[in-house]
Design a protein around this ligand. Sequence first.
Ligand SMILES: Cc1cc2nc3c(=O)[nH]c(=O)nc-3n(C[C@H](O)[C@H](O)[C@H](O)COP(=O)(O)O)c2cc1C
Length: 185
Amino acid sequence: MPLKSAIFYFSQQGSTKKIAEKIAEGLRYAENSCKLFRFTKISEDLNLISGLDFREYQLIGFGTPVYYFHPPYHLIEVLDSLPDLSHAKGFLFCTSGGNPGATLYKMKKILDKKGLKIIDGYDKWIGRDQHRCYSNFRESSLPSSLGHPNQKELEEAKQFGKSLISKALNPKTSEKLDFWSNICL
Ligand SMILES: Cc1cc2nc3c(=O)[nH]c(=O)nc-3n(C[C@H](O)[C@H](O)[C@H](O)COP(=O)(O)O)c2cc1C
C-alpha cells in the first residue's frame, strides 16, 4: 500500500518552504503521495486544521524556522489546536541560522500530547538568516547563512523524505527520543 503523507510548515522568508518542498518530493517517490500545507495567519491556520480529516494521513510532518532557539509562538498555538493524531507517525524539521536550540524538542512535547509518534527529525539545515540586527551586513543577512539552503541541503532534504517512507511503513520503527532539550534561556 502506498504511503499517504502531509507536511505542515510555517515559513516567513522562504527557506523552510524550500526544504518542505524537497522533503515532499522525496515522500512522493514511486506511488507514494504527500500534501503540503503552509501556515500563514493564525486564524486561517486554525480554520484549516479544524476542517481537515487527519485520518487520511499515515505520516504527518511539521516544519518551522527557529525563533530565539524555539518554535515561533504562531506554530506553538497551531500545534496546540491539533486533534488526536495517535493513528499516525510524525516527523519534525526546522531551518535556522545555525543555532536551532530546543526547537524540535519543544514541538515534540506538544505533539506527544496529541499521541503522534515522532519517528524522525532533523534540525541542521541552514536558512537565510535575515534580521534587522544584521543591518550592517550584505542583504541584512548573517553572512554564514547567505546561499542557504544550498543544493547539498536541498538534496539531503529530498533523501530525508525518501528515507521516511520505509520508516513510516515499518511497524517496528521506534520513536525518536534524542532531540536536544537543554534549554538554558
Ligand atoms: C525573529 C527571528 C529569530 C531568530 N532566531 C534564531 C535563533 O535563535 N537561532 C538561529 O539559528 N536562527 C534564528 N533565526 C534565523 C531563522 O531561524 C532562519 O533564518 C530560518 O531559516 C528562517 O526560515 P524561513 O525563511 O522559512 O522563515 C531567527 C530569525 C528571526 C527572524
